[in-house]
Each structure stands twice: as C-alpha cells, then as structure tokens.
Design a protein around this ligand. Structure first.
Ligand code: MN
Length: 500
C-alpha cells in the first residue's frame, strides 16, 4: 500500500508569501485528514512559539492521520517536537558536501554522529522518526548510504533521500532507488520531490515503482520555489492511469484544493493539472461538439472523480453546438437562424479579445431572439463600511421577483462583506455557491477601472459573469448578481414576446 505523507503545512507553508495562523493550520489539517492522508507534517516546531502551538493544536485534535513535526539534527529542535505531542519527527539532516561545507560547516564524520545521536534521542522519547537526507540527490551515494545506516542503526523508522532542489530525472531516480533498495531491505523508503524542472510527479512515480512506498506531497503543489509534488496529481494519476488506489478520497480533491487555496491565499494557475480553473472547461467548437456527444472524446477522466463538473465556455473558439447547449441550460431554445446570429455576435466579441461570460451570452440571446430580459434579482441598494479600526460590514437590499430581501454581513474586507451579504440574502431562496473570484485592473493607477470575474454554481449548473466599475465593491456586486441571474434564469414555459 502506498502511503501519503502530506507536507502542505510545512514545505507548503514555506511557499514565498504564505504564512498561517494556528487556527488556519488546524482548518487545513482537518481537511487533509478528511481527504485521507496517512500522515501530515504540521510544521516546524522549533521555528516559533506560534508554530509550536499550531502543531500542538493539530496533534491534540484527534485526527486519524499521524501528525509529524520537522526538526533539524539538533537536540533542542527535537525537544520542541516533544512538547507538541506529535507522534513523529521528520528529522532533516543535510548529506551533500555543498550543504555540509557552506551551510553547516561540518565534516562527514560529524554528520554521521549527529544523525545517530538525534535519531536515538527522538526514539528514546517515543517519537517515530522519518529520517530525511537533505539535498540527498546531489550527495555522494556512498556517504548517503553511510548516513542512512547510522540512522537505521539508531532506530529510524523510515528513510527519505530528499530531492531538495528538484534535480532528479526519471532515469536518475530509478538508479538511486535501485541502489538504496540493495542496501536497505528492512526499512521503508519515502520520496520527496521538488518541481524545479516540472519533474516532481514523474520522479515520484518512478521512486514508487523502484522501492519507495510513501510519497511526500503537498496540496496544489505548494512549496519552496516551484513547489513540491502535488497530492492531487499523484492520487489521480495513480487511480486513473495505474489503477492504484491510495487512502485518498479523490472525490474530495477539488473542494480540498479550493479550501487550501483560499486559506493560504495562494491562487492556482488556470491551467494547473487536475484542479486548475480550466481543467474541465471546453470552449473550442470541435471539442465542445465531441464533449457533448461523449465526454471521453476530450476528457482523460470524469470530473466527478475529483468532485467537480465540466463547463462549456463561450468565446472566439466556440462552435454553435456548445453555444446552443449553454443556452438550453437557461431554458433558451433558439431556432437555427437565431443561433447563427448569436454565434456570429459571440465570435465578434471574442475577436476583439474579450471574454464572453455566460451573462453576456444570455444578453446576446435575449437581444437576438427578442426575449423579455429575465433578471430575477435586482440590486436596490448596498452600503459598505470599512476602515482600519472597524470590521468591514455591508448591508444590502435586493429585489427578488418583487420581494424585498435585506441582509447584513461582516467580512475580512469590503468586497468580502458585500459578497457575503448578497449570498446570505439570496441563499434563503437559492443555494448558490461562489466557486471562483478574480479581479484585474484594466488601466493603471489608483483610478483604474476594475474588472471582476466570477464563477458561480447551483447544483450542477454553472455560470460566469463579469462586472466592470471604478469601484471594486460595485464591480464585485454587479458580477455576483449578474452571475446569479444566469443561474436563476429559466425561459422554459415562457412565451416569446411577439413582434409588433
Ligand atoms: Mn522540501
């Protein structure tokens, strides 16, 4: 059985610009536990008081997964781990001459003794020891083996040759693990890869094939520099391509990815494998045509496997089949002539370099087909209070099909407060979820026009909408409401307005 050792909360937290409070770390730890990681490295206990508290909070929270803390080959680091009540220590000691000479200023003999002494000390205090050689992949192999032997003799539970700067290739990974397996038959091996050359996943797979049985990974591939091998890629490639199941509940991958991205404030590139915004979006005519006939034509695996749905986008590359499918979701059924006209207008907007959100597509269809503009939700008023010593608060009055809804909410900032208030007001009637929010300044300067794009979902239905305004709050509110209106639009059973 291949085990997952998640290090989102340690290597992942070392992502430049990311820093988490103990409460946030706990929320991520709980979601990692829910998805089924076998072990998690919750942090580096000796780094700070807050870090130690975070690890203790997680270790004491009754998770099913084994909780580890990182430590260097220093007794006081291990003492810090002991105080957290973590079950294990991820003991990281450099093995390359480069690190010995420039970072530690220690000899190889000293490193062997440190490895033996600290492993022994951790074991004496009842800790499981995951012994990692840092920069192992640029180390002298004979010395690496010697160092691992010292650890094994002192009672280490596992060995991990870390590819700290991501220099492995699949071929070198194979050689390394074959060699290590010859010397270490009675102690399990882990693999820890970084993605500096985009090979982290490939190298991890090769290591698993040639002797490792535990992979160090992070959610969303977070981590130092180009990041670590990613949990979602490993779990899905093993399931879909190798028919190997981990303890990971893959159907929770998308929601876990979103939660980690939100809490760490670390956005994902749209074309990120598995969890990127575009991973199941189809725009080009040829592709949507195929997808609508049989999704396997242009999808390597079903989006349901990771708990998400596919979406057909409209734009320059659209085909008429995809546009018709998007309109049908709103209950709009154009005849062939109308569809042709809608299709031409979508293309001409796309040609100007603009994205065509679902809300735009709806407006185009209404104009072409002379439909009454159905906008169930209208904004009557919104007030936002924000500042440096006040909690951002928003109150909103909406008109939903003639009924007035009033709500207020607080948020981390004015946009969050406003969106939360709208979601609360509409949520009473319709459970609509905000899946993605992105903002860009169209022009430079503080008076820039802001463009906010949102993706929303209601059950299986999805919608995208854009709001443009000088005021970021208003732009956000406009995008939200127009996206919600798409989801609530249903032209079925509605008479098309007769032309006079
Ligand atoms: Mn690392």
């Amino acid at each position: 059985m291949i085990r997952v050792f998640d290090t989102t909360l340690r290597d992942g937290e070392q992502t430049p610009g990311v820093s988490l409070t103990p409460e946030k770390k706990l929320r991520i730890a709980e979601s990692l536990d829910r998805i089924g990681v076998d072990a998690m490295e919750a942090g580096f206990a000796a780094a700070s008081q807050g870090e130690m508290e975070a690890i203790k909070l997680i270790a004491d929270s009754g998770l099913r997964a084994d909780v580890y803390s990182m430590a260097r080959g220093v007794i006081t680091d291990i003492d810090a781990v002991i105080k957290t009540s973590a079950v294990g220590v991820h003991l990281v000691i450099p093995s390359s001459d480069l690190h010995l000479q420039y970072k530690l200023k220690k000899t190889r003999e000293e490193i062997l003794k440190i490895t033996s002494d600290t492993t022994q000390y951790a074991k004496d205090h009842g800790l499981k020891v995951e012994l990692s050689a840092e920069d192992a992949t640029r180390s002298d192999l004979n010395f690496l083996i010697k160092m691992f032997k010292s650890g094994e003799n002192a009672g280490a539970d596992r060995l991990c040759p870390c590819d700290t700067v991501g220099v492995l290739t699949p071929e070198r990974t194979q050689e390394l693990y074959i060699e290590l397996k010859k010397s270490f038959q009675n102690i399990p091996l882990s693999v820890h890869c970084h993605d500096d050359f985009g090979l982290a996943l490939a190298n991890t797979l090769v290591a698993l094939k040639f002797g490792a049985d535990q992979a160090h990974v992070t959610m969303n591939g977070m981590g130092e520099r180009a990041g670590n091998a990613s949990l979602e890629e490993l779990a899905v490639v093993l399931k879909a391509q190798y028919n190997v199941n981990l303890n990971i509940k893959t159907e929770l991958i998308y929601e876990t990815s979103r939660l980690v991205s939100r809490i760490t404030d670390f956005p994902l590139q749209p074309n990120k494998s598995i969890v990127g915004e575009n991973a199941f979006v189809h725009e080009s005519g040829m592709h949507t045509h195929g997808i609508l006939a049989n999704p396997s034509t242009y999808e390597p695996f079903k989006p349901e496997i990771i708990g998400r749905t596919r979406r057909i986008a409209s734009g320059k590359h659209s085909g008429s089949t995809g546009i018709r499918a998007s309109l049908n979701e709103m209950g709009i059924e154009p005849n062939n002539e109308q569809l042709k006209e809608i299709f031409l207008r979508v293309k001409s907007i796309g040609d100007k370099g603009k994205r065509v959100a679902d809300a735009d597509l709806q407006a185009i269809a209404e104009a072409v087909m002379d439909l009454p503009m159905l906008r169930p939700i209208k904004l009557e008023e919104i007030t936002v209070v924000t500042g440096s010593n006040v909690t951002s608060t928003a109150s909103v009055r909406l008109n939903l099909n003639g009924n007035i809804l009033t709500e207020a909410a607080t948020g981390v900032g004015p946009v969050d407060a406003a969106i939360t208030a709208i979601k609360k007001a509409v949520g009473i009637v319709e459970p609509i979820q905000l899946d993605n929010y992105s903002v860009k300044a169209i022009t430079g300067g503080t008076n820039a026009v802001t463009e906010v794009a949102v993706s929303l979902s209601k059950g299986d239905r999805k919608s995208t909408a854009v709001g443009v305004n000088e005021d970021i709050v208003i732009a956000s509110v406009e995008a939200m409401i127009s996206g919600m209106n798409v989801l609530m639009t249903n032209y079925n059973n509605r008479k098309v307005k007769e032309k006079p």
